[in-house]
Design a protein around this ligand. Structure first.
Ligand SMILES: Nc1ncnc2c1ncn2[C@@H]1O[C@H](COP(=O)(O)OP(=O)(O)OP(=O)(O)O)[C@@H](O)[C@H]1O
Length: 304
């Protein structure tokens, strides 16, 4: 299948700083793809480049096979996006804002406006001035605006920001429906793993401008099943022993380490430590409710 959007060796330098470092990613029709990383990791910068708001320093971006720079009009005509705060006029109603926007688009009917307003659940409030809208309602209106021209690719920076839990559930269900039933490629960013886990089919973990891992959410979850947290003393000896017993350097986390090991191997591992007079104070499976702990181990430590 042809990617809806593909980034190849994308780099972005601002001043002398490399903000995005050699990012290659392909995202496909029919999937919800998540860009996950802590604050400052480079999500917004990547998204700004993907929607043509910012130029890459190096590398290429193609949208349904169209080079974003060589074939700009064709490429961006397939994209709907909400990046940062969607622009709208506070003295106009939600509906008037959409009509204003619709006039700039080719072939979008008033019927379509009604359709998207219903889709995002704004029907009841669409004749109120947007100045009175909550952040969540503004998000919905932004989403409606992005969907007006029936894009093949929908790109949303932190789409659930400012929404209450019910609003988050609704938007999540709606984005999944757009991808799975309408074949749209939906790209979202977030720093919240628990949210991405529920919303996405695949996620890419980004930190300090680099992609650390790309995986199906189900693989992430499976991988986290073998993830354990262990505390043992003396710490330096414990680290060395764990390294030689597991053939992988354990990842320091809080007072102890994260290790990846199958459950049935845990007793032998503990024997190995105890035989060498290392005192084990705690061993437990890493938190399964969210992928937070695994995420931290992947990105090398707690978020500052
Ligand atoms: N115009 C700029 N000039 C200098 N540095 C910048 C500029 N824009 C972004 N950066 C830096 O690039 C890095 C990535 O920023 P970016 O906004 O893409 O991160 P992010 O993952 O979206 O984080 P957040 O969720 O906090 O917005 C940060 O260290 C930021 O300070």
């Amino acid at each position: 299948m042809k990617p809806a959007i593909e980034l190849k060796n994308v780099r972005k330098e601002i001043g002398r700083k490399t903000i995005i470092d050699n990012v290659s990613l392909a995202m496909y029709p029919g999937e919800v793809f998540g860009l996950l990383g802590p604050n400052g990791a480079g999500k917004t910068t990547t998204i700004r480049m993907m929607v043509g708001l910012m130029r890459t320093t190096d590398g290429s971006i193609t949208i349904s096979g169209n080079d974003l720079y060589k074939n700009f009009e064709e490429a961006v005509s397939r994209v709907g996006a909400v990046v940062e705060n969607p622009e709208m006029y506070d003295y106009l109603t939600g509906y008037e804002n959409l009509v204003h926007y619709q006039r700039m688009l080719k072939g979008v009917t008033k019927e379509r406006i009604k359709e998207v307003v219903e889709l995002v659940g704004l029907s009841r409030r669409m004749h109120e001035k947007t100045g009175t809208y909550s952040l969540g309602m503004r998000q919905r209106l932004g989403l409606a605006q992005a969907l007006l021209h029936k894009p093949e690719l929908l790109i949303l920076d932190e789409p659930t920001n400012g929404l209450d839990p019910a609003g988050i559930r609704e938007i999540r269900a709606y984005l999944r429906k757009l991808a799975h039933e309408e074949g749209i490629c939906v790209v979202v960013s977030s720093h919240l793993l628990s949210e991405m886990e529920k919303m996405c089919d695949r996620i890419a973990v980004i930190q300090e401008g680099k992609i650390i891992q790309v995986a199906q959410v189900s693989d992430f979850v499976r991988q986290s099943e073998d993830l354990w947290y262990i505390e043992a003393e003396p710490k330096a000896e414990a680290a060395e022993l764990l390294h030689s017993l597991l053939n992988v350097k354990p990842e320091e986390y809080k007072e102890g380490f994260h290790i990846t090991v199958k459950k049935e191997k845990v007793p032998d591992l503990l024997k190995g430590l105890i035989n060498e007079n290392v005192a084990v104070y705690q061993i437990r499976e890493a938190d399964k409710n969210t992928l937070e702990e695994q995420f931290l181990s992947l990105t090398g430590g707690e978020k500052k």
